[in-house]
Design a protein around this ligand. Structure first.
Ligand SMILES: Nc1ncnc2c1ncn2[C@@H]1O[C@H](COP(=O)(O)OP(=O)(O)O)[C@@H](O)[C@H]1O
Ligand SMILES: [Mg+2]
Length: 206
């Protein structure tokens, strides 16, 4: 199942841009109402700046990360920037993105986010979607599921992670200033991370 990376990133960009208002509204409740605007601006820049004819998935993801880093801003810009750059290193030199690469990409992205943002699972961040998604993907493969079933389950786990963020207090980032008042609200970054995962799933499905 080989696939073209520019198409994949276009699907992600489309999903983020379509959900710009939604992500911004979530950030209005526990942040500063810019997450959707920031992310849409970043992915718009990616569509414009990253070469369409790339045949090196690693270099493409690295360039995507650098573009996000310099255009998204806020806390999430450096975090997603690092995530995509680290993901690029995990698939350096590969000509095609394949479903089988998903765990290595997710693992590298999570490590990059954690190195940069020093958050753990349960702090009401994007990690509350991404970590369960990776764990579920691996569990599914170990128990004999195929790649597409594993990806479906990973996306469902990310969605559950988003629901879980409603029940917990933020202890990292801007939302942490609210303390207990952040409880009851959905984390914008966990939501955008899930939208990205779902766009990749839909792309890999073809
Ligand atoms: N230290 C961190 N580690 C991981 N994710 C974080 C961290 N701090 C914030 N986030 C994520 O960033 C999101 C907010 O992004 P954004 O609104 O773009 O930045 P800002 O909070 O600077 O306005 C949060 O919803 C959360 O998921
Ligand atoms: Mg914000």
């Amino acid at each position: 199942m080989g696939t073209r990376i520019y198409e994949c990133i276009s699907r992600i960009a489309e999903r983020i841009i379509d959900n710009k208002e939604y992500l911004t509204e979530l950030d209005r409740e526990i942040g500063d109402a810019d997450h959707g605007v920031n992310m849409a601006r970043g992915f718009q820049a990616v569509l414009e700046k990253v070469p369409q004819d790339s045949d090196d998935v690693g270099a493409f993801l690295k360039k995507t990360g650098m573009t996000l880093l310099s255009t998204v801003g806020g806390a999430s810009g450096p975090l997603y920037g690092t995530a995509f750059m680290e993901a690029g290193k995990a698939v350096a030199g590969k000509e095609r993105l394949e479903a089988a690469d998903v765990p290595a990409i997710l693992d590298a992205a999570i490590a990059g986010i954690q190195k940069r943002g020093k958050a753990a699972q349960g702090e009401k961040t994007m990690l509350d979607a991404l970590i369960p998604a990776l764990e579920t993907y691996r569990e599914k493969l170990e128990s004999g599921s195929d790649l597409s079933e594993a990806m479906d389950a990973a996306c469902a786990a990310a969605r559950d992670g988003v629901e879980f963020t409603k029940t917990i207090r933020a202890t990292k980032g801007r939302a942490s200033y609210l303390g207990d008042r952040s409880i009851g609200h959905q984390d914008p970054g966990a939501t955008s991370a899930t939208l990205i995962m779902e766009a990749v799933r839909d792309f890999l499905r073809g």
